[in-house]
Design a protein around this ligand. Structure first.
Ligand code: NAP
Length: 507
């Protein structure tokens, strides 16, 4: 029996749940094929957003990496880190090397606000800030100096809650986390005293989840401010469990009298903020304010917003009432977007790859052997676990195609006939179709008979980071934490440090 060889591009949750689904679903086939799953990632490290997106103080979510480790360590799975699709290996090469390719590259780009001043120094995409505190190798560990006293966070999703929490939290509480040491030092020296989280619609439309919201109220030394008049919502909104939970939390905060000491309550906005360290920080959540302009000449000095309301037609509209909030730093947290992959169809409107149940579509039909999973497939929604069912769907499509089962409307699918499923003896199960890349009567090529990805990489002088190499990075991070007296692991700052750890000089 030949080996079914699949490439998964991206080793984040979507990619690794795809690898897991391949292992599990292939094993359930009537004649289980031998399987080899190569998981490629442009970074030298696996786990994608679990490592570089989940906030460092969310340790239980980060522990999903322990589960995903089991996938990477499966005998049928191979990790090839530091391999960039488009430069280190081309799409055509991948299609020549594998029976199918699943793209699971996530959503790395920030959405834009498209307002004046957006690119002033001091205005950043929240994605950059998240990358920074998570030690992403694409960003300089010294990229942020937190000398702003007041920060405006635009957007009311879970990423906005994450960045607001990291800015407001007492840095001492991050000592035992894995934040790189330069990041920890910058957070410890932070002058931030006030964080304003700003939603353009009301609390019933906010995207954050109740657990994440409630956590803000549990931060020691942080005063939470919510204006009662901004959270009066349509009673119908109380029907949704998440919204009901959010409103309960927000109402609890709005009902509290302003607290003394440290930054003053909502009614004294604009008062001088105490600059001395040790004062409590204030975190204010605002609604019905639409960003109009980031103010400043040399750098950010404020944020002008317009009050909004739902009009008679149920549409969000500006009221013509403007105000400028003081801020020396703006974090735009208005959602992620996927980036197009070289040669692959891409819908700029949704920033996803057109697909049906994971099959990449071009001109309305499936492209032979190409699939998507995760945020690239469905957009940046859901929690990490959402990727599990999402990946399972893609893998069902993939295996059905390779098995030669009928596609939607009984149309024969590309690459059909590679797998003897469901009954290779039953010719009615499969009718060869025009889009078949490899006719089912041709025996699948065994590994070795077709080019391996290693050849393509070697030709370009690319030496992939193996799983063993990655374990050396992990060991170096554990050792760094020990030497600094900080927690179980401290991330190595920057790509060079990662590569040096996994490729120690010979001798
Ligand atoms: P998100 O949930 O889509 O929230 C984006 C926010 O930006 C919304 O409040 C949106 O408001 C606002 N927005 C968009 N365009 C805007 C504009 N032009 N002006 C002002 N506001 C604008 O995105 P996210 O926070 O980046 O999160 C991405 C995904 O990751 C979500 O599924 C999230 O749950 C998940 N995540 C989960 C966790 C966790 O579980 N702990 C942590 C982080 C992220 P409108 O609704 O009005 O468009």
């Amino acid at each position: 029996m030949s080996t079914l060889e699949i490439a998964v591009i991206g080793s984040g949750p979507a990619g690794l749940y795809t690898a897991e689904a391949l292992i599990k679903q292939a094993a359930l086939l009537p004649v289980p094929p031998r399987l080899r799953v190569d998981v490629l990632d442009r970074l030298p490290t696996p786990y994608g957003l679990v490592r570089y997106g989940v906030a460092p103080d969310h340790k239980s979510i980060k522990s999903i990496a322990d589960y995903l480790r089991g996938v990477l360590e499966h005998q049928d799975v191979r990790f090839l880190g530091g391999v960039h699709l488009g430069t280190d290996v081309t799409r055509d090469e991948l299609l020549g090397c594998y029976d199918a390719v699943v793209y699971a590259t996530g959503a790395m780009r920030d959405r834009r606000l498209a307002i004046p001043g957006e690119d002033l120094p001091g205005s950043y995409a929240a994605t950059d800030f998240v990358n920074w505190y998570c030690g992403h190798p694409d960003i300089d560990p010294d990229a942020f100096t937190l000398d702003a006293e007041s920060v405006a966070v635009i957007g009311v999703g879970n990423v906005a809650v994450d960045v607001a929490r990291i800015l407001a939290r007492d840095p001492a509480e991050l000592h035992s986390t894995d934040v790189p040491q330069p990041v920890f030092d910058a957070l410890a020296a932070s002058k931030v005293r006030e964080v304003n989280v700003i939603g353009r619609r009301g609390p019933a439309q906010a995207k954050f989840t109740t657990k994440e919201l409630r956590e803000l109220g549990e931060l020691p030394g942080v005063e939470i401010v919510v204006r009662g008049e901004e959270i009066e919502a349509d009673p119908a909104a109380d029907q949704d469990r998440r919204i009901r939970g959010n409103l309960t939390v927000l109402r609890g905060w709005a009902g509290r009298p302003p607290q003394g000491g440290g930054p003053q309550g909502a009614e004294s906005r604009g008062a001088e903020l105490p600059g001395s360290p040790g004062h409590a920080r204030r975190l204010t959540i605002r609604f019905w304010l639409r960003p109009v302009a980031v103010e400043g000449t040399e750098r950010v000095t404020g944020m002008t917003v317009e009050r909004t309301a739902i009009d008679d037609r149920g549409v969000l509209a500006g009221t013509g009432e403007y105000q400028t909030l003081g801020a020396q730093m703006v974090l735009r947290s208005v959602g992620y977007q996927s980036v197009p992959l070289p040669g692959l169809p891409f819908d700029e409107r949704t920033a996803t790859v057109p697909n049906e149940a994971g099959r990449v579509l071009a001109d309305g039909g499936p492209l032979p052997g190409e699939y998507v999973a995760g945020w690239l497939k469905r957009g940046p929604t859901g929690v990490i676990g959402t990727n599990k069912s999402d990946a399972a769907e893609t893998v069902r499509s993939l295996l059905a195609d390779l098995a030669g089962g009928p596609g939607p409307g009984d149309v024969p699918l590309p690459r059909a006939g590679l797998l003897p499923y469901p009954d290779p003896q039953d010719p009615l199960r499969y009718q060869p179709g025009g889009t078949t890349l490899r006719a089912p009567q041709d025996p699948p090529q065994a590994p070795g008979q077709r080019p391996g990805v290693a050849d393509a990489l070697a030709r370009r002088g690319v030496r992939p980071v193996s799983y063993q190499d990655w374990l050396r990075i992990e060991a170096a991070e554990v050792e760094l934490a020990r030497s600094l007296g900080r927690g179980g692991r401290v991330k190595l700052p920057g790509r060079d440090a990662l590569l040096a750890a996994c490729r120690p000089p010979a001798g």
